[in-house]
Design a protein around this ligand. Structure first.
Ligand code: SAM
Length: 217
């Protein structure tokens, strides 16, 4: 097993289960053309988010970290009529690319992009989210989990991205603030009585990483 074979297997799974999708491929092309970092979720992970939203019957979804709107589009497509995704993005240039992508995907009526730092935007949101996807500055994962519990309700699904970080999460003395923030978030999920949580490690085109999955109790 090697990173090359993980990536090949990931591409096989994406081709077999996700297939080609012109709108999402256009998002990735626009993200690259705008010089944004290629740190969106992998296709199989995007579809997994979409399925979690459908399985949970989510009508209101909160995303922290929009980038070019790749995961946002996967989530928005899972909504029933009248549903909405509120997605928070700190970088105006990222939000602008995302806005164009979401318009082009025909989802403008169900996606509300809030431009600003999540810690400023979160206190302004109306509670009642059914699914929360946390994928922004990992240093603040505990703050975002606290807001997920406050803005959610019993049964709200919470997904935290990048919990594997090439295995670096085992290092309690890591100098990387993203690792420290990720560990603090995982420890909160393990001890805070508002959550029941587990995690899945993943390997694939994004290397060795993973997601934490929780429900608000
Ligand atoms: N969820 C996206 C996807 O899968 O397509 C990827 C999001 S990317 C990993 C993280 C994004 O969070 C970046 O666009 C970054 O600008 C944004 N971000 C970083 N810190 C933030 C903050 N404090 N508040 C809101 N957004 C932030």
């Amino acid at each position: 097993s090697s990173p090359a074979s993980w990536a090949a297997a990931d591409r096989y799974l994406a081709e077999t289960l996700v297939g080609h999708d012109a709108a999402l491929e256009a998002v990735l092309a626009s993200q690259r053309a705008a010089g944004l970092p290629e740190i969106e979720v992998a296709p199989v992970a995007g579809k997994l988010l979409h399925l979690l939203a459908r399985i949970s019957g989510a009508r209101r979804i909160l995303e922290i970290g929009t980038l070019a709107g790749y995961s946002t589009i996967w989530l928005a497509r899972a909504l029933p009529d009248g549903g909405e995704v509120v997605t928070i993005e700190a970088e105006p240039a990222h939000a602008e690319v995302a806005r164009a992508n979401i318009d082009r995907a025909g989802l403008a009526d169900r996606v509300d992009i809030r431009v600003g730092g999540a810690s400023e935007v979160l206190p302004t949101l109306v509670p009642g989210f059914d699914l929360v996807f946390i994928d922004a500055d990992k240093e603040r994962n505990t703050l975002y989990l606290d807001w997920a519990a406050r803005l959610g309700h019993p049964g709200t699904v919470v997904v935290v991205d990048n919990i594997g970080r090439e295995g670096e999460i085992v290092d309690p003395d890591s100098a990387d603030p993203r690792v420290r923030g990720t560990r603090a978030g995982l420890e909160m999920l393990g001890t805070d009585p508002r959550f029941e949580a587990s995690a899945l490690q993943t390997v694939g085109i994004k290397g060795w990483d993973g997601i934490a999955l929780a429900v608000v109790v």
